[in-house]
Design a protein around this ligand. Structure first.
Ligand SMILES: N[C@@H](CCC(=O)N[C@@H](CS)C(=O)NCC(=O)O)C(=O)O
Length: 206
């Protein structure tokens, strides 16, 4: 059976859990990372020398890097659907997967500052800079690209929606001021129609 290591509140673990459930896979999950430890043990580091989550094992094949995990499971179980078979359509989806890390980096200080740092220790300037940057990316890139599209690559839901869907959930649920972005909001509501997204991704931030 597929094994997944990682705590459920990690944005990168959420990507692996979402795709696994989206594909209807059975898996066994082990808590790892932050308060659960595990990631610095020799056994874990043999699988993932980065000491980070997520890691998966599928029939003896060990894989880390959340977006690669999303690609691998999509290609294995959903060729031509979640994993577009046509080269340009696939590159389009992969572009959004890569861009999700651009958005994650922009958002990082908002999320860590407001969700994982006690009020008295917050760096207000870093939080504000990250808020402005992530709002700008959401407006200039995501909102514009989603005009006339149901999902990031067009009419159909693909693996391209998974990493950026997880990052945007954080942005939507952090207590910050955001611009009104009708295309992003409609796309986010479409993601919320998916049971696997509600179960693994749209949960309270911690
Ligand atoms: N690029 C890697 C980054 C993995 C990563 O940074 N994971 C974080 C959680 S989101 C982590 O393991 N943090 C340390 C911990 O949880 O102990 C991926 O996408 O899998």
């Amino acid at each position: 059976m597929l094994k997944i290591w990682g705590r459920i509140n990690s944005v990168n673990v959420k990507k692996a859990l979402w795709v696994a459930d989206e594909l209807g896979l059975k898996y066994e999950r082990t808590d790892a990372g932050m308060q659960f430890g595990v990631t610095k043990t020799p056994e874990y580091m043999k699988m993932n020398p980065n000491s980070l989550v997520p890691t998966i094992e599928d029939d003896g094949f060990v894989l880390w890097e959340s977006h690669t995990i999303v690609r691998y499971l999509s290609a294995k179980h959903s060729m031509g659907k979640l994993y577009p078979a046509e080269l340009k359509a696939r590159a389009d989806a992969e572009r959004w997967m890569d861009w999700a890390f651009t958005f994650q980096a922009a958002m990082r200080n908002v999320f860590w500052g407001l969700i994982r740092t006690p009020a008295e220790k917050r760096d207000a300037k870093a939080i504000e800079e990250a808020r402005v940057k992530s709002n700008q990316l959401a407006t200039d890139v995501l909102e514009r690209s989603l005009a006339g599209r149901a999902y990031v690559t067009g009419r159909d839901f693909t693996m391209g929606d998974i990493p950026i869907g997880c990052e945007v959930q954080r942005w939507m649920r952090c207590p910050i001021e955001r611009p009104k972005l009708p295309n992003v909001e409609a796309w986010f509501e479409r993601l919320r129609e998916r049971p696997a997204f509600r179960k693994h991704v749209d949960i309270p931030l911690s």
